[in-house]
Design a protein around this ligand. Structure first.
Ligand code: ZN
Length: 91
């Protein structure tokens, strides 16, 4: 978890890795997941800074991967959605 401010599950969004090694949010895939505060930019940034996502998921993430994912996640948040659509449109 990126921060320790909130623990209620309904305020968290689950981050997982899909079959392509891409980060997805709100996925229902089984296996390892990392929880972040939904809609919290500081929480996400803290998780990225401390490499908590890659560590929690046991994957090696490049800065580029994290940046792209953060952009998608925050974009979904700012559009009022829950960022629940795992995008497969990564080329
Ligand atoms: Zn948090």
């Amino acid at each position: 978890m990126g921060c320790r401010q909130r623990f209620a599950v309904d305020l968290l969004v689950r981050i997982t890795v899909d079959g392509h090694g891409d980060l997805v949010s709100g996925g229902s895939s089984q296996g390892r997941g990392v929880w972040l505060c939904e809609g919290s930019r500081p929480c996400l940034q803290a998780a990225m800074r401390s490499k908590a996502i890659g560590r929690g998921l046991r994957v090696q993430l490049t800065d580029e991967q994290e940046r792209l994912f953060a952009g998608r996640l925050l974009d979904g948040m700012e559009h009022g959605g829950t960022a629940s659509s795992p995008s497969t449109a990564v080329s």
